[in-house]
Design a protein around this ligand. Structure first.
Ligand code: NDP
Length: 284
């Protein structure tokens, strides 16, 4: 007896602009193959003004969910039926999940980052300097605070976004937080445990751009993390290695938030090693 054939894959994907440099598909589809899932993850360029149509299209085509990246993480919220707890607190969604007939916005960025940081250090009681106040910085700072970080310094070029994030951290998350609103070179204070680049500085194609920090102030006891996934070896990663810091590159966060996304969409616990290896292969 021949078994029933199925030529229709389950669909997931990423909506963003720019998106062509985003390597998420490589690791997610590696996980789907590894775990025997006949699913696809499509990398889709969606312009700012086309988001509503894209979300309607995903619903019409029966997507199981999708990631959102720049510039859609906040704008997508009005097209959804509800938000998970982290997404509500952060006011940003990077992972949309179809649950029955409802479309729910989750945020896996910060949790993915904290899982990745946890391979080197426990954030509890740590003093952290974070460059950036956009979606990635919001997600990371909120989850670090929830994980017990004792003090957060936000360094951001534009004061308004920085002030908004510090207010959120102090008033809604109730963690000690300060703002340094500057694009001048910042000297990392002695006593800092963790330094994070959560800006888009260093992202392809601008791969030589440098985070405005005094590399001489990076000390060997510090953990330094960069969120830039492409290329994973940024000028900051190089400076931090040279200074003897423990370093987490952008693939760590990417893989761990991907594991969480797959769990939301499929219910399975994907193997992060398979996912990281797939990314390393394309970047080698
Ligand atoms: P946003 O556009 O929301 O925020 C960008 C941030 O970078 C802002 O704080 C902005 O400052 C700052 N910035 C950008 N260019 C400069 C510059 N030339 N000088 C100083 N500051 C600058 O983006 P996201 O937060 O969503 O994403 C940031 C980065 O994080 C992206 O590169 C993305 O690829 C990466 N990312 C990585 C993930 C991973 O899994 N590894 C997951 C999510 C994001 P200002 O407020 O002044 O404009």
């Amino acid at each position: 007896m021949s078994r029933e054939l199925n030529f229709k894959q389950e669909l997931t994907g990423a909506f963003g602009d720019p998106i062509s440099e985003n390597p998420t598909q490589v690791m997610i589809e590696a996980a789907y193959r590894h775990h025997g899932l006949d699913w696809r993850y499509l990398t889709i360029e969606v312009k700012r003004g086309d988001l509503a149509a894209a979300v309607s299209g995903a619903k019409a085509m029966g997507f199981r969910g999708f990631n959102c990246t720049i510039p859609h993480k906040v704008a997508v919220i009005e097209h959804l039926d509800g938000l998970g707890e982290s997404a509500r607190l952060m006011g940003a969604v990077n992972c949309v999940v179809r649950r029955g007939s409802e479309w729910i916005g989750e945020n896996t960025d910060g949790k993915g980052f904290v899982d990745s940081l946890g391979t080197l250090t426990n954030p509890r009681g740590k003093k952290v300097v974070i460059f950036g106040a956009g979606g990635a910085a919001r997600a990371i700072s909120v989850e670090l605070a929830l994980a017990g970080a004792s003090h957060l310094t936000i360094v951001n070029r534009s004061p308004s976004r920085g002030e908004e994030l510090v207010r959120l951290l102090r008033e809604d998350v109730r963690v000690a937080a300060d703002l340094v609103a500057s694009h001048q070179e910042y000297t990392i204070p002695d006593g800092t445990d963790v330094v994070i680049n959560a800006t888009s500085i260093g992202l392809f194609p601008d791969i030589h751009a440098r985070v405005p920090l005094n590399a001489g102030s990076l000390k060997s006891g510090m953990v330094v993390a960069d969120v830039i996934p492409n290329p994973p070896i940024t000028p900051l990663v190089r400076d931090a290695r040279r200074a003897g810091c423990q370093v987490i590159d952008g693939l760590g966060m990417l893989v761990n938030q991907g594991v969480l996304g797959i769990q939301y969409w499929t219910g399975i616990q994907a193997d992060p090693v398979v996912m990281r290896q797939a990314l390393e292969k394309v970047f080698s």
